[in-house]
Write a protein that binds this ligand. Structure first.
Ligand code: HEM
Length: 393
């Protein structure tokens, strides 16, 4: 359903005309009330009035913060009355009932202070952002790069490291320049540019959630399976928390199957998940000027949609289906790409069992892909609330 007509302005991957049009319509959700804060009684002293004003300003602020999280209720910081002699300033969360399935305002001390806890992201804003992402997909056909964005944020995870964020994974670190400049991430700055206006519009969601929301929405909108996603990922706060370079797989290692196992086992993923997830290459293209792989253009890519050029793995590279497995099995079309790591899926005996199955049975591929994608999207993530929450409730 995403295929539609080519965009009016092929190559305008970075234009998203619908966003500015929408930006006023949902602005009401960005009021302090929309941030989930309300005072349970009016502040009486000057100190309280000043504190109240500062808190509301912080909640309503929409300027970008490098930390990716604002001083509003999307932060898990708690607010408490600073004075024991004055009446406590009570902040309760409107979102406790509607958006945050598991967290409630909690009394501390002798009931004079109230801890205001909040999920890492606001569910209502995530849902609104999902609508904007759908619109963006329809107008720019950027499905593939959004999928790659989500995968490259989460795919740095190392299951052998316990501490967050040192263990890497889906924590929004890919928004920082230092990580965007890693060789494996060539071109993903374009995906961040697409996401930033949405992040700015919905300040109470984290980058980590936004990247994964965008990826799952892109798969679904391209005709793929519904991914059983959960949200509430906490963002890292600075570039010093980015993972070191070299965590993501190479496309042309000397022993591709061994390399895939080394990298994906480190993430806690198994052979079935390696093969299923590789099926995401049913979408998109490789560009010599980015990764160094692929042809400058083919008959399938020379007219876009989106910025023309590159080499795709499948003829209909904006449609999510099992054609990737059929094509890399046959290797019959010089205009279609087969990376050494793609070819390994039919060369390695254990991978081949799954690759053959997915080439023959799209339903089996969709089922396994959806499960593996959901797992990938949560690797290394710290959730708040700890169990995460779904947008389907
Ligand atoms: C198995 C190891 C993998 C390797 C070696 C690999 C390598 C690559 C390379 C070289 C590109 C081309 C980038 C460019 O030039 O713009 C690419 C693109 C892409 N990759 Fe992978 N990838 C792997 C796994 C995955 C996984 C697990 C996913 C998602 C679940 C994924 C999703 C994508 C998508 C959607 C694109 C197209 C991006 C676009 O068209 O802009 N890849 N990958």
């Amino acid at each position: 359903k995403s295929r539609g007509k080519p965009p009016q302005n092929p190559g305008a991957v970075l234009s998203w005309p619908s966003l500015s049009k929408q930006s006023t319509s949902r602005s009401s959700s960005l009021t302090p009330k929309g941030h989930g804060l309300v005072y349970s009684h009016q502040p009486t002293s000057m100190a309280e009035r000043l504190a109240a004003a500062a808190t509301l300003r912080a909640a309503a602020s929409s300027g970008p913060l490098p930390a990716g999280r604002r001083a509003g209720p999307s932060s898990s910081a708690f607010f408490r009355s600073s004075s024991s002699s004055s009446p406590a300033l009570r902040l309760v969360s409107l979102r406790a009932a509607s958006s945050r399935p598991s967290q409630k305002a909690k009394s501390v001390g002798r009931g004079r202070s109230v801890r205001c806890m909040a999920a890492a992201s606001d569910a209502a804003q995530l849902k609104a952002a999902r609508e904007d992402i759908r619109e963006l997909l329809n107008t720019t056909h950027c499905h593939p790069i959004l999928v790659r964005l989500g995968w490259h944020d989460s795919g740095t995870y190392d299951k052998n490291i316990n501490d967050w964020p040192e263990r890497g994974g889906a924590n929004g670190s890919l928004r920082f320049d230092v990580e965007l400049k890693h060789g494996a991430n060539a071109g993903l700055v374009n995906a961040l540019k697409l996401m930033q206006p949405i992040k700015d519009k919905y300040p109470s969601i984290t980058y980590a959630d936004l990247f994964q929301l965008a990826s799952a929405t892109a798969i679904e909108e391209a005709g793929g399976p519904k991914i059983p996603m959960k949200y509430g990922r906490v963002d890292v706060t600075g570039p010093e928390q980015c993972p070191p370079e070299g965590k993501l797989p190479d496309a042309g290692p000397s022993a591709p199957a061994d390399h895939l196992r080394l990298v994906f086992y480190r993430m806690g993923l198994d052979d079935k998940e390696i093969v299923a997830l590789s099926g995401a290459h049913t979408l998109g293209r490789s560009r010599p000027e980015r990764s160094g792989w692929g042809k400058p253009e083919t008959k399938y890519t020379k007219n876009g949609p989106g910025a023309p050029g590159g080499q795709s793995w499948t003829a209909e590279w904006l449609k999510f289906d099992n054609s990737y497995f059929k094509e890399i099995k046959e290797k019959r079309d010089q205009d279609l790409l087969v990376l050494p790591t793609d070819a390994a899926l039919f060369e390695d005996p254990a991978f081949k069992v799954y690759a053959e199955k997915y080439a023959a049975d799209e339903e089996a591929f969709f089922k396994d892909y959806a499960e593996a994608h959901a797992k990938l999207s949560s690797l290394g993530a710290k959730f708040d609330p700890a169990e995460g929450f779904s947008l389907d409730d």
